[in-house]
Design a protein around this ligand. Sequence first.
Ligand code: XUL
Ligand code: CO
Length: 437
Amino acid sequence: MAGTGFFDGVESVRFEGPQSTNPLAYRYYDRDRLVLGKRMEDHLRAAICYWHNFVYEGGDPFGGPTFLRPWSAGDLAAARLKADVAFEMFEILGLPFFTFHDRDIAPEGASLGESNRNVREIADIFARKMETSRVRLLWGTANLFSNRRFMGGAATNPDPDVFAYAAAQVKNAMDVTHHLGGANYVLWGGREGYETLLNTDMKRELAQLGRFLKLVVDYKHKIGYKGTILIEPKPQEPTKHQYDFDVATVFGFLKANGLENEVKVNIEVGHSVLAHHSFEHEISLAAAHGILGSVDANRNDYQSGWDTDQFPNNAPELALALHAILKAGGLVTGGFNFDAKVRRQSFEPVDLIYGHIGGMDTLARALIAAAGMIKDGALDRFVSERYAGWDRDEGAEMLAGNRDFAQIAARVEREGLNPQPRSGRQEYLENVVNRYL
Ligand code: XUL
Ligand code: CO
């Protein structure tokens, strides 16, 4: 493979089947395989992220970079090299999408104007490369958390000039996402929260955040952007408390601002864990509220208490989430973005490839298992029978609001109602799930 030579010796990764021992092949991810009548690639819509692969250099709080990438100079020439390497990696992995923050792809300039020009210059390179590549943009976003100007928040900053700066930066990132045909635009409130209530007016900050989101939605319509606006919930880190804590909090916030039909959620596995929810809980709640948008696929260490962004490798766990996604009708504009990074000691280019192969095979196995559960129907049948009473007679009348307390009480006495408990059958259902794993 000609090009930068960064991935020298690594061939395109192909599907070879479960019996393959080739570490550079997919064993389960077979993009054209039909699952419930839809291609695997179209179910999963997997994306490779820019930041963990091409920006993260292996640093941790105790030590600096270990990866020593050839683009670490951080200037525009380095950004061009990074773009070349990125598209080589997209080609090798054969995944259909990528994602980025504005600051991932191009260096910050001396002014916002210069920064925006840098972003657009690299985005133009992307556009040219996309003419000959299959890869598409799943989503773009703006980094409103790394620069020190955002230390006190972006939209929720006490200084309105920071709000304005953030708006100008997001405008440019939305323009670029639109230009590249991005299927979604993401807002993760990196520092939209507080460190201490002693210096914080929470009421004002929530109003500012609501105003900012309305400006984003207005601008989307103004430029005719058809993609989905997504909020990515996270309960903490970097701030002690983030306002977009979890799906329930984000839904309440959207309702309060009348935006529940305009904005959906991008749910990250590790963020769910940090909020003390299971990933499938967050998926199911978003689906119940009609705001399931997209997924940031990764896994969190269950002991660490921070966001470890590891590659997914637990198919049984993910199968329950995939089951919830399939039940909800699947992802539409969304997909599975690998918001995952290799560990600090995995400094060789091939490690980036291994990470994604493992992640894809895990997603594929989870999808196959979930499709089996859907086909079998035992889980769905049990649940619909469990609630069947609400679909008819007095159950339906009560739910529709056609009975008041007095009428309900009168009927209970008249009919001598004495409801008997029924088993929740948890163990039976867990055994059904295990048939497919
Ligand atoms: C941070 C995180 C971000 C968002 C995009 O925890 O998940 O990378 O996905 O800003
Ligand atoms: Co994320």
